[in-house]
Design a protein around this ligand. Structure first.
Ligand code: NAD
Length: 284
């Protein structure tokens, strides 16, 4: 199949890698050439690393995987896509602009998969001429390593679209947990409350970031604490998602912690910037 991937940031690069490793042809589109160049390096390094360390001697060489991914700034190259997986930032105006033009650059049968942390799939589907062929796929980060996807049925999503998407995810070795559509779904409606409140705890000087995360890892047995998780997601994305939850539910429990906002204003986006609640030696 031909898979269009829009947005070559943290998630889009992971989706493109997973789809190419599953044998699909991938067209990865971004507005920025430098982002595409970085994405190409990241995917190449990841696949090479995997091939080098894997015990599976039948694993394809990196070059074969890379040959299946086309990196481009030209949306017209989506003209033959069977699926498009959209991964642009969690900002309504940006997503809206993409979906308003997507019907014109893709074939009629193409299914639109929305990778969003919080935005309603039904609201996105309303921007298109094919609301029955729009489905939510909230991939987990890092995409190539996570085997489960929170999938979201919009109001008009057809059974055929749901089945085709579940099959496509299975082709990448991923299981879908299909839920209904309200902002934040299950995962982020719950997890963003925790990450935001953890930032409040640090702001209020109850504990430092390491202590907060240690309590979750060492006491509760979680594999990662809430602040390391926020750094992995990207603090800018966490703030964008909280703003969407706040606007959607009109509930003050989703108000952004001022410390989180300050860190984003200072460019401390977390792992992708090399610094967030914690410092990171490598950006990869
Ligand atoms: P990111 O900022 O790393 O990447 C977004 C990319 O979109 C950038 O490369 C940017 O250049 C590109 N872009 C912006 N406008 C564009 C346009 N009009 N057309 C094409 N490309 C455009 O963001 P991300 O972390 O990859 O998040 C992408 C989506 O996935 C968001 O909706 C986010 O909520 C969701 N998500 C993120 C995570 C996570 O852990 N980061 C997890 C699950 C879902």
């Amino acid at each position: 199949m031909i898979i269009g991937v829009i947005g070559a940031g943290v998630m889009g690069s992971g989706v493109a890698q997973s789809a190419a490793q599953a044998g699909h042809q991938v067209v990865l589109v971004d507005v920025a050439q430098d982002v595409l160049d970085k994405s190409q390096d990241t995917i190449h390094n990841n696949v090479r690393f995997q091939a080098f360390f894997s015990k599976d001697k039948n694993l394809e060489p990196a070059i074969a995987v890379m040959e299946r991914i086309r990196f481009t700034t030209d949306f017209a190259e989506l003209r033959e896509a069977d699926f498009v997986v959209e991964n642009v930032p969690e900002i309504w105006e940006i997503k809206k602009e993409v979906y308003l033009s997507l019907d014109d650059v893709t074939p009629e049968h193409c299914i639109f998969l929305v990778n969003t942390s919080c935005i309603s799939i039904t609201k996105i589907a309303g921007l298109t001429k094919r609301p029955d062929r729009v489905f939510g796929v909230h991939f987990m980060n890092p995409v190539p390593m996570k085997k489960t996807v929170e999938a979201i049925r919009g109001y008009h999503t057809s059974k055929e679209t749901e089945q085709a998407t579940v099959d496509f995810l299975a082709s990448m070795g991923k299981e879908a947990i299909v839920v209904e559509d309200l902002p934040g779904f299950v995962s982020n409606r719950l997890s963003h409350l925790l990450m935001n409140e953890a930032a409040f705890v640090v702001q209020d000087q109850v504990a430092d970031p390491q202590q907060v995360d240690d309590i979750f890892v060492k006491c509760f047995g979680h594999t990662m604490g809430p602040l390391a998780t926020a750094d992995l997601i990207g603090l800018d994305t966490v703030v964008d998602s909280l703003n969407i939850l706040y606007e959607s539910y009109q509930d003050p429990k989703f108000r952004v912690c001022p410390l989180l906002q300050k860190m984003v204003d200072a460019g401390l986006y977390g792992r992708k910037a090399g610094r967030g609640f914690f410092a990171y030696e490598s950006l990869d």
